[in-house]
Design a protein around this ligand. Structure first.
Ligand code: 6PG
Length: 260
């Protein structure tokens, strides 16, 4: 059992939700770190490497910091882990808003990760060029065969969920929600008046395992709609990923899970 959460919170007249609910973000991060290590160990044992797409935002920082501590840092073979990102803000890698910087400062600079294993989205470039370059990175890494359209996907994809129901940078009302072929797209987020680069549903849904990390009472109403409301991905893009074939796991704190 990973963490002290209540397993599989289900409700008799609602869809089964693969979730674990924790009293606080620290307990959630502990469980997430255990999942990370166990998935990494299994993947490295079976295929000699582990690929993970990191999430941006504040919630996963607790996980990154925990993985960098002595109790976890020695549990995985970092030289065999490849790091990708689910999305990135269109800022330089040393900008405080950079998801890469957040992972670098809290984890990657503190663990023996080979530089070549860090596949940063070059989001300081023109958004279209950055998205095209990252798609090429993914296609050459995950589909060795020419013209292979079936995304292999990462072993583990970490995702958050915004109060508006977005995940990665799949924001409500943006055209990227309907993307069916590209694995990476640039997206202009009106309400933030910023460009972002995001992995798309076709790629994200191919992940072998997806873990959503969601905390805070401000997420509870949205989470209820994402998990139990009608299918409205344009309004709640997290729904694009919630029913991925791997059956995503939701690691939630009690506040976020209050209505499910
Ligand atoms: C980002 C993330 C984004 C994030 C959610 C939740 O770049 O900000 O990819 O999708 O996961 O906004 O963020 P919090 O964990 O900070 O609530």
């Amino acid at each position: 059992m990973m963490g002290s959460g209540a397993q599989n919170s289900t409700n008799k007249d609602r869809k089964m939700v693969n979730s674990i609910i924790f009293p606080n973000v620290n307990a959630l991060a502990q469980s997430a770190a255990e999942h990370f290590c166990q998935n990494a160990t299994a993947a490295i044992q079976t295929k000699g490497m582990f690929t993970v797409a990191l999430s941006g935002g504040s919630t996963p920082v607790h996980l990154y910091q925990l993985l960098a501590t002595d109790s976890f840092r020695h549990r995985v073979d970092w030289a065999k882990i490849h790091f990708f990102w689910g999305d990135e803000r269109c800022v330089p890698p040393d900008h405080p808003d950079s998801n890469y910087l957040s992972a670098w400062e809290n984890l990657l600079s503190k663990a023996p990760v080979p530089q070549n294993n860090i596949h940063r989205i070059l989001a300081e470039q023109n958004p279209n060029q950055a998205a095209a370059a990252y798609e090429e990175t993914l296609r050459s890494f995950f589909s060795k065969r020419e013209g292979d359209t079936q995304a292999a996907g990462v072993d583990l994809c970490l995702l958050g969920m915004g109060e508006d129901g977005h995940t990665a940078s799949l924001f409500p009302g943006t055209p990227v929600i309907f993307e069916k072929t590209h694995w990476v797209r640039p997206v202009f987020v009106e309400k933030l008046s910023t460009w972002r680069i995001t992995l798309t549903a076709p790629f994200l849904r191919q992940s072998s395992k997806i873990i959503f990390l969601v905390t805070g009472s401000n997420k509870s109403q949205t989470l209820q709609k994402v998990l139990h409301g009608p299918y409205q991905p344009e309004q709640f893009p997290s729904q694009l990923i919630a029913d991925a074939p791997c059956k995503p796991l939701w690691l939630l704190d009690e506040e976020a899970a209050a209505l499910i």
